[in-house]
Design a protein around this ligand. Structure first.
Ligand SMILES: [Zn+2]
Length: 394
């Protein structure tokens, strides 16, 4: 059900709020001390792209996170966000031409979040026009997933609509993209109601939040206030069925393969496996489908018993991302055990982060894979909340 040697057992480590606070400040200070001119952090040997300025594992995601930690009042640093974004926007736009899916508007690799941050700072209306014209590209392109396609721009639209409820463009674009997404949910004899995701030149039943079905569901959960109640209710019932049917379960545990039905390599991390499925789907209503409620809890049990990930400490495929699933279960069930488990993983992730820094002689400056993502997870553990960065908030 999962690959044992990718995890290690959790030795006792008691939650220490002061240690978590110290680690957050330590991460923020280290990022400020190690940036190159123009707020362009050194890349990490373990990240594929040597010089990314994307939101996902590049410099613009670090900028967002540092600014967020300052806004949360948990990091005390001097940070010139305006100057950083100007440099990162130019670099990110230059990189985009060599990316996959250049025809799409991408939330996690494109310039959309940088323009959103610039708007937050300047309130310049021209940035809104630019955002509207870029985001509506996804009204007609075929990629339905979070990293490159319309699920990502739908998440961006929920933030823009929240900031600017009187500007009808955001709701209109959300309606177009969500209607298309809902209409393309197809009934499948084996798995229930699914999207076949068209990404990297292949069409497959991906399940995880980055490329798969749960990311599409997440984009509809986050904009549920913009949907007709009856449509949303019917949609929830359908996706609960497919979540149950695509799970691999036994009497105690549950996990999900990266692609429905292909169980040869069962990962257990945010991007593929139970942690991401739980984190993405935890806001679906409880007490409608008991099998769905149960399978989420079984997924939580597996993440806990498997232990932290050896691969890293970050959000996308590391211990903080797995810990986030516990925060989401705490939010869903109000059962203290899930908060305690999140906090146990948090203490271990701090240790992993410090060991990696010694090993590589540098920090890992990225939101989804690196230090600042961990800092945000620690802050959520302190606050007893479960806001996944840039999905649940911006
Ligand atoms: Zn990942």
């Amino acid at each position: 059900m999962y690959i044992k040697d990718r995890h290690f057992s959790l030795s006792d480590k008691t939650w220490n709020i002061n240690e978590a606070k110290v680690a957050i400040q330590e991460i923020a200070t280290d990022a400020i001390q190690h940036l190159k001119s123009g707020y362009l952090w050194p890349s990490h040997p373990l990240d594929d792209d040597a010089s990314s300025h994307s939101f996902y594992y590049g410099t613009s995601g670090v900028s967002w996170a540092l600014d967020y930690l300052c806004r949360e009042d948990v990091a005390d640093i001097e940070f010139n966000l305006k100057f950083a974004l100007k440099n990162q926007l130019e670099k990110c736009q230059a990189e985009l031409v060599n990316m996959p899916h250049t025809e799409n508007a991408s939330y996690l690799f494109g310039d959309i979040p940088i323009l959103m941050m610039q708007f937050q700072l300047s309130k310049d209306q021209k940035l809104l026009d630019e955002l509207a014209s870029k985001i509506t590209v996804n009204n007609s392109q075929p990629t339905r997933e979070l990293m490159w396609g319309s699920a990502g721009t739908m998440i961006a639209l929920t933030h823009l609509q929240r900031w600017l409820p009187n500007d009808i463009r955001w709701e209109q674009a959300y309606q177009v993209q969500s209607t298309k997404l809902m209409n393309e949910l197809q009934e499948n004899n084996e798995f229930g109601f699914m999207w076949k995701i068209d990404v990297y030149g292949k069409q497959q039943y991906f399940l995880g939040p980055m490329h798969g079905n749960s990311g599409n569901v997440l984009s509809l959960i986050k904009g549920r206030h913009l949907l007709k109640n009856s449509d949303y209710k019917e949609f929830c019932e359908k996706v609960m069925i497919s979540t149950v049917r695509t799970a691999v379960t036994d009497h105690k545990y549950a996990n999900w393969p990266p692609i429905a039905g292909k169980t040869d390599r069962m990962l257990l991390q945010y991007c593929h496996g139970a942690p991401g499925m739980l984190t993405a789907l935890s806001e679906l209503p409880a007490d409608i489908n008991s099998e769905f409620d149960e399978v989420l809890l079984k997924g939580g049990e597996l993440i806990w018993d498997a232990g932290p990930l050896r691969k890293g400490f970050g959000l996308c495929h590391g211990t903080a991302g797995n810990g986030f699933a516990f925060l989401k279960l705490f939010q869903r069930t109000n059962n203290q055990i899930w908060l305690d488990r999140a906090r146990a993983f948090a203490m271990k992730a701090i240790e992993q982060h410090r060991q990696a820094k010694i090993l590589f002689q540098q920090g890992r400056y990225a939101l989804w894979n690196g230090d600042v993502g961990l800092a945000i997870f620690l802050n959520e553990c302190i606050k007893e909340t479960a806001n996944f960065p840039t999905i649940d908030n911006f």
